[in-house]
Design a protein around this ligand. Structure first.
Ligand code: NAP
Ligand code: ZN
Length: 352
């Protein structure tokens, strides 16, 4: 074991603050990574504040962070994919059983024994796993992916959650040319959804509550922007969408979007608000529409997404912050004031 620097929440109402944590020494299959950047996901905030208590209660201290990029500092003797000095990335998953049908299909995100990067039982050290708001992490090489060399590291970090979480459902629902695709909520996930749907050739419509994001939405790849509070603007798109990706972090009316779907259209929820959303069955029945959800993505698809980003030169639009600004960043995230992902420069942790 060795000591690492980190930022943690010590209760649901406390600000994140500097602390030290224990990390395991790299085992045979492990990769030790010096963390250079870590993206700030709204899930970090949900969990630091225990907003998902009914599904996955938070164990404190909680070290969030699952959008990790860094440099390999040490590898175990059994590691074949990485060597010291390589760039490497870690997302939301750090383990799974590797034997179940989901794992064998490369869909580790559906493994019933998966281990998330933070706030999940840690079989090595006991307690729970600690995430990327830290200077170092040790992860089995199966859960470590490669970052294309042409991408900025600060902008690549958010691909590890915001990227894969939007890429995976767009691919699953075969989004592409000739399709009208909606993206609801222009935050970290939403802005990646826009970039991917655009790159896949779809006609992209952004739904936002923030007038001020209109220009940005078009720059990011949207063909049209709808201010979702305007009922007339919404009505103009009734019954016209093939697919809608909903990346909203708070309570909102999903029925208003279901009525915009065409026959057999699908709305996939990736946003995970604290409280359940109301669903009108009539909205689904007339048009044989469906609503589904989608969690992150498996390791093979995460690598595919990163390679796609390398090829299409896609990264997140980031505001780089020192770790000392994390509490302010959370407050701004609650106000939808992020353009469009905070990325923590982990060099700032050296001064603690
Ligand atoms: P974010 O950057 O804070 O973006 C959320 C966006 O939702 C905001 O920018 C805002 O967009 C919109 N929004 C916020 N409050 C709203 C309200 N009251 N009514 C309508 N729209 C509202 O968050 P994120 O990091 O992208 O995460 C989004 C959600 O996805 C979170 O719940 C997060 O936990 C979840 N998530 C799920 C997965 C998964 O595996 N499924 C993975 C990662 C994150 P506008 O300003 O454009 O309206
Ligand atoms: Zn996330």
């Amino acid at each position: 074991m060795y000591q690492a620097k980190a930022y943690a929440a010590s209760s649901s109402s406390s600000r994140l603050a500097y602390t030290t944590i224990q990390r395991r020494e790299p085992g045979a299959q492990d990769v030790q990574i010096e963390i250079l950047y870590c993206g700030v996901c709204h899930s970090d905030l949900h969990q630091a504040r225990d907003e998902w208590n009914s599904v996955m209660p938070t164990v404190y201290p909680c070290v969030p962070g699952h959008e990790i990029v860094g440099r390999v500092t040490k590898v175990g003797p059994g590691v074949t994919k990485f060597k010291a000095g390589d760039l490497a990335a870690v997302g939301c998953l750090v383990d799974s059983d590797r034997t179940c049908p989901a794992c064998r299909a490369g869909l580790e995100q559906f493994c019933s024994n998966m281990v998330l990067t933070y706030n999940f039982p840690d079989k090595h050290l006991g307690g729970v796993t600690y995430g990327g708001y830290s200077d170092s992490v040790v992860v089995d090489e199966h859960f470590v992916v490669r970052v294309p060399a042409n991408l900025s590291l600060a902008g690549a970090a958010p691909l590890l959650c915001a990227g894969i979480t939007t890429y995976s459902p767009l691919r699953h629902w075969n989004v592409g040319r000739g399709q009208k695709v909606g993206v609801v909520g222009l935050g970290g996930l939403g802005h990646m959804g826009v970039k991917f749907a655009h790159a896949l050739g779809a006609h992209v419509v952004v739904f936002t509550t923030s007038e001020s994001k209109k220009e940005d939405a078009l720059r990011l790849g949207a063909d049209e922007v709808v201010i979702s509070r305007n009922a007339n603007e919404m009505q103009r798109h009734a019954f016209s969408f093939h697919f809608i990706l909903d990346a909203v972090s708070a309570q909102h009316d999903i029925n208003a979007y279901i009525q915009l779907l065409g026959r057999d259209g699908n709305l996939t929820l990736v946003g995970a608000p604290e409280k359940p959303l109301a669903l009108s069955s009539f909205g689904l029945i007339f048009g044989r529409k469906s609503v589904s959800g989608s969690p992150i993505g498996g390791l093979a698809e995460t690598q595919e997404m990163l390679d796609f980003c390398g090829e299409h030169k896609i990264t997140a639009d980031v505001e780089v912050i020192p770790i000392q600004k994390i509490n302010e960043a959370y407050e701004r995230m609650v106000r939808s004031d992020v353009k469009y992902r905070f990325s923590i420069d982990m060099a700032s942790l050296k001064t603690e």
